[in-house]
Design a binder for this molecule. Structure first.
Ligand code: FES
Length: 119
């Protein structure tokens, strides 16, 4: 089980409309996540083995388990509570399970991860 670190977003980072700096790519453990606290609640920023990053609400669509504590594999994360598999790209459960958690667009600039929380 990965241990996610909770980090606040500083007020300067909030200045950019829509996009918020979350952390450096290297601040996210490979196959793990970091949690950023936002006005929308905790958002988990994941990094997979290919250094792709994804952002999801840190709540499993099943019973709100902390996805940031799950196991990342490929473009999916397995929830630590009851082992549902959630797609990192859209936050939706893999069949036969059903439901989605909110996903957020992510972009990387100069090794920094930005998450678009608005809209
Ligand atoms: S809360 Fe995630 S599988 Fe149950």
């Amino acid at each position: 089980m990965n241990m996610a670190t909770v980090i606040p977003i500083n007020s300067a980072a909030k200045a950019a409309v829509g996009w918020r700096r979350a952390c450096g790519v290297e601040d996210i453990p490979k196959l793990g996540a970091r949690v950023i606290k936002t006005a929308h609640g905790n958002v988990a920023v994941f990094r997979n083995a290919e250094d792709e990053t994804f952002a999801l609400q840190d709540e499993c669509p099943h019973k709100k388990g902390p996805l940031s504590q799950g196991i990342v594999h490929g473009r999916k994360v397995t929830c630590p509570l009851h082992s549902w598999t959630i797609q990192l790209e859209d936050g939706c459960a893999v069949a036969p399970d059903q439901g989605c958690t909110r996903s957020y667009p992510v972009r990387i600039e100069n090794g920094e991860v930005f998450v678009r929380l608005g809209a």
